[in-house]
Design a binder for this molecule. Structure first.
Ligand code: SF4
Ligand code: SF4
Length: 389
């Protein structure tokens, strides 16, 4: 594995200043779930997905960028998904692909992932995120599909078998924290860490406007307590992520990774109930573009579309340079829309060396200094067992 080359590339990226680095592409509006958390629910199953040729044109006209975030709908309902990823790797130099799945369609998932792995070089990593929003009853009630939890767990088991040893495919779980599941997310995290052999488990407070806004009701204090209780879980996954590194390098990599997470959590807590300024400006629209399933484009997933690629012949450079997008970027600076969206916090933080050099190490140090938490004795024992395992 080209470890040194990879780390130097990442470091160079962190100190290069704001530049276009990520595309969020909604590959389809089709979905077979009914999530009460879904901020895209009013656009689902609308039968106006872009054609494959239009997506190809997007890839051919976009500047080089490192990170492709795929979304939908359920991305695996897009028949050409397995071809779309290699196309962006080849045309745009994409190095990491990150996509969610509800885990309900194992045959489609495996067919597309096989195609992605076969069609991309070893240097391209794929983060496949299974959505689990609670233990069985809670998950099924939030996502509106009977037996969803059991079916997703089975898909995860099959994926673990099928892709054992494929290190560039990271099998993660993503959990949306809501009013209905916050009491059980630590238990969910522990059970999965003990049994599912995952690469990572990520937690986000519900964002945007879903069909059931009451699910968003959560206090900042409760979220802070949850974050503190979940940090041992993140340390567990950080150890797994960097276990191939020699000891001193592993310690530095873990500290940086955990410092990043802690910074995101601090922002989540501060912006949960009302917008509060981030430690850096939001670079949405400069370092990122969001392309909806029908070709509309936006600066970020939580703001309204500013135009349609249709009007720019699907030319991404033209859309990024358009008056509408430039005005949008200027508007963001005084829109006071500070949110909890980790993907955009991540993309923005990478653009500012002072965040990399000071805010992230400081977040890590603060986390270390408050390590005794409100864990039950049983939870403490289970986290200890994970550390030894
Ligand atoms: S959150 Fe995802 S899986 Fe759920 S309804 Fe929305 S698009 Fe479908
Ligand atoms: S702060 Fe949040 S809502 Fe505002 S532009 Fe950035 S990502 Fe979008």
């Amino acid at each position: 594995m080209p470890v040194n080359e990879d780390y130097f590339r990442i470091l160079r990226g962190r100190f290069a200043g704001p530049r276009f680095n990520a595309m969020f592409l909604f590959v389809t509006s089709r979905c077979n779930s009914l999530c009460r958390t879904c901020f895209y629910f009013d656009k689902l199953n609308s039968r106006d997905d872009m054609s494959f040729d239009q997506i190809r044109r997007i890839s051919e006209t976009a500047p080089p960028f490192a990170k492709l975030w795929l979304s939908g709908g359920e991305p695996f309902l897009r028949p050409e998904l397995g071809r779309i990823v290699p196309m962006f790797a080849e045309n745009n130099g994409v190095r990491n692909v990150n996509l969610p799945t509800n885990g309900l369609l194992p045959d489609k998932i495996f067919a597309a992932v096989d195609e992605m792995l076969a069609g991309t070089p070893e240097t391209v990593s794929i983060d496949l995120n299974f959505s689990l929003d609670g233990l069985a009853n809670t998950h099924d009630a939030i996502r509106g599909v009977p037996n969803n939890f059991v079916r997703t767990i089975e898909t995860m088991r099959l994926a673990a078998e099928r892709y054992r040893g494929v290190k560039r495919l990271r099998r993660n779980v993503a959990t949306v924290i809501t009013r209905e599941n916050h009491q059980e997310v630590v238990e969910l995290g522990l059970r999965l860490a003990e049994n599912a052999n995952l690469s990572g488990h990520y937690f986000e407070p519900m964002r945007g406007q879903g069909p059931d806004p009451a699910l968003k009701t959560l206090t900042r204090e409760r979220l802070a307590e949850l974050h503190a209780r979940l940090m041992p879980l993140h340390r567990h996954y950080a150890r797994k992520l960097f276990d191939y590194l020699p000891r001193p390098a592993r310690a530095i990599a873990m500290a940086y990774y955990l410092g990043n997470l802690r910074l995101y959590f601090d922002i989540h807590e501060r912006c949960l109930e009302a917008p509060e300024k981030w430690p850096m400006r939001c670079t949405a629209g400069d370092t990122t573009i969001v392309v909806d399933h029908d070709g509309k484009f936006r600066s970020c997933e939580l703001r309204e579309p500013v135009g349609s690629l249709r009007d720019h012949d699907y030319d991404v450079r033209a859309a990024l340079a358009s008056t509408a997008m430039r005005t949008e970027v200027r508007n963001i600076s005084h829109a006071n829309c500070w949110c909890t969206h980790s993907c955009f916090i991540h993309e923005s933080s990478k653009a500012f060396p002072r965040v990399q050099l000071f805010a992230i190490p400081y977040a890590w140090w603060r986390d270390r200094s408050k390590r005794s938490l409100e864990l039950s004795t049983e939870e403490t024992e289970r986290f200890r067992a994970l550390e030894i395992a």
